[in-house]
Design a binder for this molecule. Structure first.
Ligand code: NAP
Length: 252
């Protein structure tokens, strides 16, 4: 694909897991990619190198997407390095801790709401400012990564995470309506349980393997199975899809 028709796409938390799989799939189908990460530079750089090997232009940008300052810098770096941003994947997220709400520290609850919901609001706000055709942009598409937790509730695991993801879905519906006249489509993907490091980071590395019996399809998702749904929602076959939450959860 030539440079003129390549989409320029920011993937938050693109260094690992679902974000990395999405970045690589998008690179493969003709996007230039901005791989945002918070701490793991080496992982993000690996994704960048692999994307370049696929023929994409790619950069890694460290930014904590829960802060306005870093989000502004992320979008500015993307623009200055690659050009006008066309697409945003709000993927950065974390569960951090698995317990009943009553046993979860307040600081952990706040961090979970910040990284899953507030970061999505901040990045979507910046995307609306730079992509809106009414504000001089070229339009574009946003995909938010929610979770089946938003409708299942995640009792005894992380109800605050589920609540944050339900917020992400409400944001998706409202912002889709708000930006439909600005040339920006807004959708969400809701994965069930995928094989990534999010579970280990929350202190339960075996959660994925234990979960198989709860999943109607009988196994957790490979991150690439989520990535293709994200790419479809961003892409030219989904031009009439906005405000949708696509559940990719093996029947959960
Ligand atoms: P993961 O493997 O743990 O990766 C999380 C990514 O988010 C990492 O790249 C991390 O950056 C980044 N990140 C975390 N906090 C950040 C911040 N403040 N600023 C910028 N980046 C930040 O997670 P995953 O499983 O792929 O999850 C991706 C998304 O899917 C999340 O929204 C998650 O809630 C959702 N999801 C996952 C599952 C699942 O079973 N895996 C199920 C449903 C929904 P560093 O690498 O620098 O730390």
């Amino acid at each position: 694909m030539d440079e003129v028709s390549r989409q320029i796409t920011i993937i938050t938390g693109g260094g690992r897991g679902i974000g990395a799989a999405t970045a690589l799939h998008l690179a493969e189908i003709g996007h230039d990619i901005v791989v945002n990460y918070q701490r793991d530079h080496a992982a993000a750089q690996q994704v960048v190198d692999a994307a370049k090997a696929l023929g994409a232009r790619a950069i890694a940008v460290q930014a904590d997407v829960t802060t306005e300052e870093d989000v502004t810098r992320l979008f500015a770096t993307a623009h200055d390095s690659l050009g006008s941003v066309d697409c945003l994947v709000n993927n950065a997220g974390a569960t951090l801790h698995i317990a009943d709400l009553a046993d979860t520290p307040v600081a952990t609850i706040r961090a979970v709401v910040d990284v899953n919901l507030f970061s999505t609001i901040l990045c979507s706000r910046r995307a609306a400012q730079v992509m809106s055709t009414r504000r001089g942009g070229a339009g574009g598409a946003i995909v938010n990564v929610s979770s089946a937790a938003a409708t299942l509730g995640s009792a005894h695991e992380y109800v605050h995470y589920a609540a944050a993801k339900a917020g992400v879905e409400a944001l998706t519906i409202g912002l889709a309506k708000e930006l439909a006249g600005d040339g920006i489509r807004v959708n969400a993907v809701a994965p069930g349980i995928a094989r990534t490091e999010i579970h280990k980071a929350a202190g339960d590395p075996d959660r994925v393997d234990r979960s198989a019996s709860r999943i109607p399809i009988g196994r957790p998702a490979d991150p690439r199975e989520i990535a293709v749904a994200i790419a479809w929602l961003l892409g030219p076959e989904a031009t009439y899809v906005t405000g949708a939450v696509l559940r990719v959860a093996g029947g959960m």
